[in-house]
Design a protein around this ligand. Structure first.
Ligand SMILES: *[C@@H]1O[C@H](CO)[C@@H](O)[C@H](O)[C@H]1NC(C)=O
Ligand SMILES: *[C@@H]1O[C@H](CO)[C@@H](O)[C@H](O)[C@H]1NC(C)=O
Ligand SMILES: [Zn+2]
Length: 549
């Protein structure tokens, strides 16, 4: 076998030294002259006793826009998968990256106060309040005392505020910035807080996402237990409302928005990007565009800018489902939204910073899987994800609601319609077809089975249907030299370069805006925020509501 050459590119930096040519005489002379010039320069500088170059200082109360972006459940492997998938799909070179890859600055440790593995509620409370709380906590500390959030603090300072998500707006991440309840499943109450029904009054100016369910009574297609119609009440109280794609389109990319705006574009989640019908649901990037345009316009004559939370919510769901075909498209949809934010930052004169990170990883995803007894080949197959044109969630519903559920007609439906057409799998076995038929009335089992067919063939591995404790990436961009300088500090509780606790992201936003979250906490700590205690719930109800997402 040939010995690996000393200047193999695999050896990285060493090969550069190995390859460098001896300096020529001309170069020697140039470097002599340069050295003399350097010495003279140093002497002159010493003579003048110059002060150090000025480091730009952050003006905490100056006008700023703060954009907090959360990729729920996106770990480092999600990026590797999405990047390779996109290179294959768009025939791009191997050094092509996602937009977000160019803005990597560090990583975040994610544990909560109650567990080494956090949930999204504790994860978002860490960003919003800058403190560790227990899994399930929405804007409350470990003693269940409400904690002031960065969104509330900035609203009180005169910022405009917004929340943009692809899941229910009452779900954990947006809730932790805009509500205070003991457990994330109290979504009826979260909806009330988000519309201003609590001591601070209304603090959110713009809402875009799914989750109409918890705003509308059961009698009207929603799921509120108290019979109230919060959408009707909101409109009466001066909110403008967008409840579907056509009303969203009337917002004209944010140029025809009257704030406050309540945009509830789906009853529950907005469909996965892989399933999304664009005539029915906007993309995350389109929602972000509306929010940025509307908030910029609303603050153009103000001394203060805006705070906007953006969440790529369903990367997490694809992780829970162990659905790699859906997940890579969710990551790419987020990357498009991220690009909207970068373009905005480049276009505005207002000091703006965007920080993008995950609350945790979901699924224990790895872009490798041993599928043989023998030592594995170093391969995984993005082609399999490209062939699959729907999520496991969509296909499960399609099979579950199929009228004919046995016999050759059903088997043909599974083979031709589901496996060949929707999933692009041609090498299925008769046993797999039988398994799908057997599971056709058990949605969870069917979902996992279908997604595993894809994962196995792609040689992608998952270690859990829940979350994991792996560190997640931090990305950032700003148009402000002072904020850039601050971001770049590696010191704990100062900058965000390098490895940090998740609560430092909250602390960072607090510092650069000169806000005081403790003061906000004083204003809300006495509010009754929890109609029900954990002890009122049956064990099943507790687990069903608290442990899942
Ligand atoms: C602007 O929004 C209003 C509702 O707030 C709507 O009636 C109007 O048609 C919209 N304008 C355009 C040009 O779509
Ligand atoms: C993708 O689908 C095509 C046609 O349906 C099929 O020939 C091919 O083998 C599939 N590729 C993979 C990796 O499954
Ligand atoms: Zn989750």
């Amino acid at each position: 076998m040939a010995k690996r050459s000393e200047n193999s590119p695999l050896l990285g930096g060493d090969s550069l030294i190995y390859n460098s040519k001896p300096k020529s005489n001309v170069r020697k002379n140039i470097s002599y002259i340069l050295n003399v010039v350097t010495l003279i320069t140093i002497a002159v500088l010493l003579f003048h006793h110059p002060s150090k170059p000025e480091t730009p200082q952050v003006k905490p109360h100056g006008k700023k826009n703060i954009i907090m972006m959360v990729t729920d459940g996106m770990g480092p492997a999600s990026l590797s998968a999405a990047r390779s998938f996109r290179q294959l799909r768009d025939k791009l070179p191997i050094d092509d990256t996602l937009v977000i890859d160019k803005y990597l600055i560090g990583s975040s440790r994610t544990r909560s106060s109650s567990s080494l593995i956090t949930d999204s509620a504790a994860g978002a409370t860490a960003f919003a309040c800058g403190l560790k709380s227990y899994n399930g906590a929405i804007g409350v500390d470990p003693d269940k005392t409400p904690c002031g959030t960065i969104l509330e603090a900035l609203k009180l300072q005169g910022y405009m505020t917004g929340l943009v998500v692809t899941t229910r707006i009452t779900d954990a991440t947006p809730a932790a910035f805009s509500a205070h309840v003991d457990y994330r499943f109290q979504e009826d109450l979260i909806a009330q807080h988000q519309l201003g029904e609590y001591p601070l009054g209304r603090v959110v100016d713009l809402i875009l996402g799914g989750g109409r369910c918890h705003f509308v009574p059961a009698s009207n297609g929603g799921c509120r237990a108290d019979g109230r119609d919060l959408v009707k009440e909101a409109v009466k109280n001066g909110w403008s409302y967008a409840g579907d794609r056509s009303q969203f389109d009337q917002l004209h990319g944010g140029e025809n928005v009257s704030l406050p705006l309540l945009g509830l574009l789906a009853n529950h989640d907005i469909p996965y990007d892989i399933d999304r019908q664009s005539e029915e649901f906007p993309s995350l990037a389109e929602q972000v565009k509306v929010a940025l345009t509307a908030l910029e316009e609303a603050t153009k004559d103000s001394d203060q800018g805006f705070f906007l939370l953006i969440e790529g919510s369903r990367i997490d769901h694809a992780g829970h489902h162990n659905d790699p075909a859906a997940q890579v498209r969710e990551v790419l949809a987020y990357d498009n939204a991220f690009k909207e934010v970068i373009d905005f930052i480049e276009s505005t004169d207002v000091e703006t910073v965007a920080i993008s990170t995950s609350d945790h990883e979901t699924g224990g995803l790895v872009t490798a899987r041993q599928v043989s007894e023998s030592y594995p080949d170093y391969l995984w197959y993005p082609q399999v994800l490209l062939n699959s044109t729907h999520s496991g969630e969509y296909l499960t519903r399609k099979i579950y609601t199929q009228k004919v559920k046995s016999g050759t007609k059903f088997a043909d439906f599974i083979k031709q319609e589901i496996l060949e057409k929707d999933m692009g799998i041609t090498d299925y076995t008769e046993d797999e077809v039988k398994q799908i038929a057997l599971k056709s009335s058990q949605p969870d089992a069917l979902l996992y089975f279908l997604n595993n067919m894809i994962s196995y063939r792609a040689q992608i591995g998952w270690t859990t249907h829940g979350h994991s404790a792996v560190d997640v990436n931090i990305y950032a961009h700003t148009n402000s030299p002072a904020l850039l300088h601050k971001l770049k500090s590696r010191t704990a509780y100062d900058g965000l370069t390098g490895n940090h606790e998740n609560i430092e992201i909250g602390a960072f936003m607090e510092t650069i805006t000169g806000s005081n979250l403790n003061k906000v906490t004083e204003m809300i700590r006495k509010m009754t925020h929890s109609p029900r205690d954990k002890s009122d719930l049956s064990t099943d109800e507790y687990h069903a509501n608290v442990d899942y997402l």
